[in-house]
Design a protein around this ligand. Sequence first.
Ligand code: PMP
Length: 395
Amino acid sequence: MAITQRQLFLDHLAQTTDFPMSLEIVRAEGSYMYDPDGKSYLDLISGISVSSIGHRHPRVVEAIKNQVDQYMHLMVYGEYIQTPQVALAQKLAELLGEGLDSTYFVNSGSEANEGAMKLAKRATGRAEIISMKKAYHGSTQGVLSIIGDEDFKRGFRPLLPGTRSIQFDSEEELERITNKTAAVIVEPIQGEAGYSPPSQEYLGALRKKCNDTGTLLIFDEVQCGFGRTGKMFAHQHYGIKPDIITLAKGMGGGMPIGAFIASRELMAHFKDNPILGHITTFGGHPVSCAASLACVNVIVDEKLAEGVKVKEQLFRELLVHKNIKEVRGKGLMLAVQLDTFENVQTVIDHCLKNGVISDWFLFCDNAIRLSPPLNITEVDIRKACKILLEGIDLI
Ligand code: PMP
């Protein structure tokens, strides 16, 4: 018998979990993906908040094609003037406002956080980095040290010294931030913990504590940025600004790109002795930057962040069921809280069978993750919720 794609996938692609979804997709467009038999799947996950303007948005595809026709890679980051990088950095500065106007482009969320941590250490001369319990910041060695989950770290010690995590959304725990702390890194809305927004008071107190102790505040908006919560950036709901922001995922419209962004003064520390502060070969790849600029312009021009509030409301109205404990989150970053892991499994399986993609959280195994494209239609929201509710009926 001929060997299947699934077998080749399992044989040759390194697996780091025993439960890969193993779904073969041959085409994706808008909110839909298609398998080799032509079966369609409504995507309620967007590759974990990546395809936030839908798959293969025409303006992103066009920008990629135009850039490929001009040039692809030229030189390591920062040497040549590459207009896609300049235009994107200028746009981000405009959207983020004062104090966040100097961008360093990288390739992923992990790298963005690695860069932010290095910048904080260099700028403050301190070593301690405080993160939050149940935070996820990436999988490379440095950010692994600041993930707020012990299981993830097992077998990888020793990690970075001087890292510790505190309880998210707890004002009491802020006492642990001192004048020895280089930076506190926090997701303004925690992603893998199951989409719990913190209180306004908490973020205000965190900002104040950082100011009082000379600690830099890093907001990881890798998952919650770029319109997902109903504003371009999640911190804009709170009116509280970080010293450094990290971005990736939805930034690229489906292409790999990330960034850490700070003020010019702060970023200047990378030029202190020794001369080279940070280097990347592929960071800010011109094709990714062109795609990202097109993606950001789509979010702005099509007023996608504004539309998110209406769509969130519709999900909340429809997702009412005796087995749903809570629908939590902000914008199109929604967690449907059930009671057990097994029940989540039942619903996710039912959805998959019926052509709807939903997913788990890394650190919250009894809730279903919903992060659909921001431009999902009302018709598709109704269809998705009908199938989700049928699944929830089964538990
Ligand atoms: N930060 C957050 C908040 C994330 O959700 C993720 C990815 N899930 C990362 C960082 C890491 O990003 P990447 O996988 O691109 O390295």
